[in-house]
Design a protein around this ligand. Structure first.
Ligand SMILES: C[S@@+](CC[C@H](N)C(=O)[O-])C[C@H]1O[C@@H](n2cnc3c(N)ncnc32)[C@H](O)[C@@H]1O
Length: 249
C-alpha cells in the first residue's frame, strides 16, 4: 500500500501525517519522489543548496582520513562532498529509493539502509556527523541528537543543515509566499502533490533555535553554533561532542 500524507487544501497542518504514522509516511514519500528529488531540489533552492552543503562540510571540520557519517543521506550529496575532502564516508538513510539514486550517482557501497534514531555504529566510532534537510522528518529530534552524541568521538563535530524562517517580518512574508504557496505548486507540477505540500508544512516540527541548542547540550554537546543562509531561509546548526571523561578534546 502506498502511504501518502493527506492533501493540504487550505490548511498546512492537514499536510502532516498522524504522529504514529510519521516514519512510515516519510519513508514511503521519499521512496516515491526519489527519482525526481535532485531536480526539484535544484529548482526550488535555485541551486543555492550547493553552497549551503559545502558550508555544512566545512562546519563539520572534515579532514582527510576522517570517518564521517552522513545521516539521512538521501541521494548522497553530502556523502560525495565529504569524500571529495578525503574522508571515509558512510551515508545512512531509511528510504531504499533514495539510496538507489545515491548508488547510481557514485555512492554505491558507501550508503546503507538504517534508522537515524538507532544508528548501526559503535560508541565513539566516527569523527564527524553531517545531516541535511532531515531533522524535521524524524519522528523526534532528541533521539537523533542522543545517537549522534553516542557515535561521535570526543571532540567530534555534528553539522546539521535545515530550512528556517527569516527573522524580519518583511522577509518572512516573502518567504511564506514562496515556500508555502509557490513550492507546493512547483512540486505538484514537477513531482508529487502531497510530498511538496508536506515540505513547507513540516517546518512546524522544527523547534526555535534556543530549544534546539538546549536539546544538543542535554545529550552531551558543547560549542553550539548557528548561522543562517539565503536571507534566513536555511540554517546550519553545529556542535562539538563534549569529552566523556571530563578531559578537554
Ligand atoms: C529532504 S531529504 C534530505 C536528503 C539529503 N540529506 C539531502 O540533503 O538531499 C530527507 C531524508 O531523510 C530521510 N529520513 C527521514 N527520517 C529518517 C530516519 N529516521 N532514518 C533514516 N533516514 C531518514 C529520508 O528518507 C530522506 O532521504
Amino acid at each position: 500500500m502506498a502511504l501518502a500524507v493527506p492533501d493540504t487544501g487550505a490548511d498546512p497542518a492537514a499536510a502532516l501525517p498522524d504522529p504514529g504514522e510519521k516514519a512510515a509516511v516519510v519513508q514511503s514519500m521519499f521512496d516515491r519522489i526519489a527519482p525526481r528529488y535532485d531536480r526539484l531540489n535544484a529548482v526550488l533552492t535555485f541551486r543555492l543548496d550547493r553552497a549551503w552543503r559545502r558550508a555544512t562540510i566545512d562546519e563539520a571540520e572534515i579532514r582527510p582520513g576522517d570517518r564521517v557519517l552522513d545521516v539521512a543521506c538521501g541521494t548522497g550529496d553530502l556523502v560525495e562532498l565529504a569524500r571529495a575532502r578525503g574522508a571515509r564516508v558512510t551515508g545512512i538513510d531509511f528510504a531504499a529509493g533514495m539510496l538507489q539514486v545515491a548508488g547510481r550517482r557514485g555512492s554505491r557501497g558507501r550508503v546503507v539502509r538504517g534508522d537515524a534514531l538507532a544508528l548501526p555504529l559503535a560508541d565513539a566510532a566516527t569523527d564527524a556527523i553531517t545531516c541535511a534537510f532531515a531533522l524535521r522528518n524524524f519522528v523526534a529530534i532528541p533521539p537523533f541528537f542522543a545517537e549522534a552524541a553516542r557515535v561521535l568521538r570526543d571532540g567530534g563535530r555534528l553539522a546539521v543543515l535545515e530550512v528556517a524562517e527569516p527573522q524580519s517580518a518583511l522577509l518572512r512574508a516573502g518567504h511564506r509566499l514562496y515556500f508555502h504557496h509557490a513550492v507546493p505548486v512547483v512540486g505538484r507540477l514537477l513531482s508529487d502533490r502531497s510530498a511538496y505540500a508536506y515540505l513547507p508544512a513540516s517546518t512546524a516540527y522544527l523547534p526555535p533555535p534556543e530549544e534546539l541548542a538546549d536539546m544538543l547540550r542535554a545529550v552531551g554537546f558543547t560549542d553550539v553554533r548557528r548561522r543562517t543562509f539565503g536571507l534566513g531561509a536555511a540554517q546550519l546548526v553545529s556542535a562539538r561532542r563534549a569529552p566523556r571523561t571530563g578531559a578537554r578534546p
